[in-house]
Ligand binder design. Structure first.
Ligand SMILES: *Cc1c(COP(=O)(O)O)cnc(C)c1O
Length: 367
């Protein structure tokens, strides 16, 4: 049996008529730059995330960079973040001109460990950028408390976490500003790149609207230097269709996660820790085993898609070697990068496929 890590063709078959009509409508109107679809989708994401405003941009990476720019974080600033994340988290901090400062993660959730943040704060620290990794929110109460005490802003990297909840509130509304990605493999994935920034501040939202179009306030009048980073109108049309199904899909992932975790209970397979009072949307379902690479080979032979998120933490990446980190500086992240593996979790997995995946994993640990 072949079980892909993610099968977006299967998803498309269930929404084909809606998506095809939405794309055709944009093409008919030839309204490709911003316009009614982008404005409507921005309103929907703001409402869905529990924020006053949302601003569509070209990618999740740009969302992070623009969020930093809008808060004046750049040259001479430091931003505290996790090294156990997709590259864009650290990359966007460097791109802004600021310096990423990597703080290790909590071994249970793989998210930024709030207990290690204060030791990393200096007089140059301007912001904390927690990541809601795999679709589970970072422990935001202590993070916000530290930020408040030291006058720092909190930028949520919510790229993997649309609809995820922390104590009744949604990702994107938990810090000062939230950043989403609509990269195709996210829970809400477009048919290309896209991103969104959420905020409770009209002032910041209006600033972002200017920054995403070269820092203009009116056409060809530029008060500052921004970027070309708009959300594409075709993507907005597709994403509005998909947003209607998002909760079903995320709940399906969560049910699949419960199934796997039940099967793995009492074995040497580490399954994801779900925090109390939180909604995990399982952008990835990560298992951990010490013989990870051998398990990966075993699953490959069985025809099961799996992936490493992420095999090398950011503090050990070549491009960051000037920051002066070395092996051992973030041991929990380093260990996670050696022992974790994602297995298929998408909502349209069949019962037969789930059983096959779980049985194949268990067969490996029994052997
Ligand atoms: C996907 C992702 C991003 C970047 O989003 P893009 O839309 O691919 O630019 C940033 N941070 C995290 C944690 C991500 O998973």
């Amino acid at each position: 049996m072949q079980v892909p890590l993610l099968d977006l063709k299967r998803q498309y078959q269930t929404i084909k008529s809606e998506v095809d009509a939405a794309i055709a409508e944009v093409v008919e109107t030839q309204y490709f730059k911003l316009g009614p679809n982008v404005a409507k989708f921005e309103e929907q994401v703001a409402e869905y995330s529990g924020t006053k405003r949302a601003v569509g941009v070209a990618s999740g990476t740009d969302a992070l960079l623009l969020a930093l720019m809008a808060h004046g974080v750049g040259e001479g600033s430091e931003v505290i973040t996790t090294p156990y994340t997709f590259f864009a988290t650290g990359g966007s901090i460097s791109r802004s001109g600021a310096k990423p400062v990597f703080v290790d993660i909590d071994p249970a959730t793989y998210n930024l460990d709030p207990g290690k943040i204060e030791a990393a704060i200096t007089d140059r620290t301007k912001a904390i950028m927690p990541v809601h990794l795999y679709g589970q929110c970072a422990d935001m109460d202590p993070i916000n408390e530290i930020a408040k005490k030291h006058g720092l802003i909190v930028i949520e990297d919510a790229a993997q976490a649309i609809g995820s909840e922390y104590k009744g509130r949604r990702a994107g509304s938990l810090g000062d500003i939230g950043c989403f990605s609509f990269f195709p493999s996210k829970n809400l994935g477009g048919y290309g790149d896209g991103g969104m920034i959420t905020t409770q501040s009209d002032e910041i939202a209006d600033l972002l609207i200017s920054l995403r179009e070269h820092g203009q306030t009116e056409m060809y009048h530029h008060w500052t230097i921004g970027m070309n980073s708009r959300l594409d109108a075709i993507q907005a049309a597709v994403l509005m269709v998909k947003l209607r199904h998002l909760d079903d899909w995320s709940n399906g992932r969560s049910a699949n996660a419960d199934y796997y975790s039940g099967r793995f209970e009492g074995t040497t397979i580490g399954s994801p820790h779900r925090m109390a009072e939180c909604r995990h949307i399982y952008n990835q379902y990560m298992i951990s085993v010490s013989a990870r690479d051998a398990l990966r080979e075993h699953l490959k032979e069985k025809g099961i898609g799996c992936a490493l998120y992420y095999p090398k933490p950011l503090h050990l990446q070549e491009c960051f070697k000037d920051l002066g980190y070395s092996e051992g500086d973030c041991p929990v992240s380093e260990r996670a990068s050696r022992e974790t593996l994602s297995i298929p979790i998408f909502s349209l997995l069949t019962d037969e496929e789930k059983d096959y995946v779980a049985s194949s994993v268990l067969e490996f640990v029994a052997a």
